[in-house]
Design a binder for this molecule. Structure first.
Ligand SMILES: [Zn+2]
Ligand SMILES: [Zn+2]
Length: 174
């Protein structure tokens, strides 16, 4: 269980990966942090990326309103035929399939993602990429259940606002 270092409440909600685009990838990887916000005391909590596997505790990051927009974000209604992916079942399957398909060199390789929505017509999936700043991509999963060759699975950025970005999507794969 992840515990808030400030007040002892359980940390729930999204985990962001904080990265600096100015840093070369090999440096960034070493210094990247995971960031969460406590729902009770609103303090930020952070730890080095990968600490999850070592079950290391979170460090108190204090209160920083600059980060609130990243955590307070709520999803606006989506245009048909997009529908939100339910947490159970659905999300985990799509996220696992994406992780299985992207190989080194793919823009989503090693990125923390959440499966948000799915297009009923062409079966593309909308993922949020849990980085600072959060961004959204459409992915046409190949369902090979194994690694594909970049640029597959085909991935397109979805410009914000999401409603507009998804309305302009043309289902070109169907
Ligand atoms: Zn707290
Ligand atoms: Zn579509």
């Amino acid at each position: 269980m992840d515990i808030c270092p400030s007040c002892g409440a359980e940390l729930t909600g999204r985990t962001l990966q904080e990265s600096s685009p100015a840093e070369p990838p090999e440096v960034g990887r070493r210094t990247r942090r995971e960031l969460r916000r406590c729902g009770s005391c609103r303090h930020l909590a952070w730890r080095a990326e990968g600490a999850r596997h070592a079950s290391q505790p979170w460090s108190d990051g204090g209160v920083d309103p600059d980060y609130d927009s990243l955590f307070d974000f709520t999803l606006e209604p989506l245009p048909a035929p997009w529908f939100l992916v339910p947490a159970h079942p659905g999300r985990a399957t799509l996220e696992a399939e994406l992780r299985a398909e992207v190989s080194e060199g793919h823009p989503l390789h090693g990125k923390p993602v959440i499966a948000v929505a799915r297009c009923e017509r062409c079966d593309e999936v909308l993922f949020s990429v849990e980085e600072d700043p959060v961004r959204f991509v459409r992915v046409h999963l190949t369902w090979k259940q194994g690694p594909d060759t970049p640029p597959w699975p085909m991935t397109e950025p979805v410009p914000l606002p999401l409603y507009k970005g998804l309305t302009e999507h043309t289902h070109e794969h169907s």
